[in-house]
Design a protein around this ligand. Structure first.
Ligand SMILES: Cc1cc2nc3c(=O)[nH]c(=O)nc-3n(C[C@H](O)[C@H](O)[C@H](O)COP(=O)(O)O)c2cc1C
Length: 183
């Protein structure tokens, strides 16, 4: 049931290292792309690192996200990058940066709806995800490594992977506290 999947999905921050098949990631994105999007602009594209791409993306993450990594000892580098090894696949969601403010808002919103669809669809398949916006997401070196063009933005890094432990949900604020009834 959709309600159950929405409520039970958790962001998985500790994966177990098992790879996620590229075909599973593609199938999730295929279905997630039924997200609402104004003007049917389908304002998204994806850079997927799975299977053979996992080694390459881990190297890219090391090189692009730790500016002074060559000053670190092998142990320090290993410690800092240990987390890169565990997700079973990475999806980078790339959106156009429309110069028109309204269209830009719509496009980022539509891509966000797609990401949540993807998280729920993956969850249904037993695959955990975490939507991440790390500090280096807009770093020129990283954008270049991913082939992101001027006029595009990386909206999210979505990690996919299998997990052994289910994190506890943080209770949500009762929605009544968030609603003002207009009269
Ligand atoms: C736009 C966005 C950006 C996020 N960025 C990060 C991030 O950079 N690092 C992280 O650990 N989690 C990130 N998260 C995941 C949230 O931490 C997570 O959704 C929140 O703790 C609620 O947990 P839940 O998804 O299990 O309900 C992000 C979520 C969203 C929607």
């Amino acid at each position: 049931m959709l309600k159950t999947i929405i409520q039970e999905r958790r962001s998985i921050k500790k994966f177990n290292g098992q790879p996620v098949a590229a075909a599973d990631v593609t199938a999730v994105l295929e279905d997630a792309a039924w997200a609402p999007n104004h003007g049917n602009r389908e304002p998204w594209r994806f850079v997927v690192a799975a299977e053979n791409g996992l080694t390459a993306i881990r190297e890219t993450l090391k090189e692009c996200t730790i500016p002074k990594w060559n000053t670190l000892s092998p142990e320090e580098l290993e410690q800092k990058t240990a987390g890169f090894k565990l997700p079973g696949a990475f999806v980078f969601v790339v959106v156009p940066e429309d110069p028109r403010q309204k269209e830009r808002l719509e496009d980022f919103s539509a891509a966000s709806a797609l990401i949540q669809n993807a998280q729920l669809l993956a969850w249904e398949k037993g695959i955990g995800t975490c939507w991440k916006t790390p500090p280096w997401i807009d770093a020129p070196k990283f954008r270049q490594a991913l082939g992101v063009l001027p006029g595009e933005r990386i909206l999210a890094m979505v990690q996919f992977g299998y997990y052994d432990e289910l994190p506890k949900a943080k209770a949500r604020t009762p929605i009544s506290e968030k609603i003002t009834y207009f009269s």
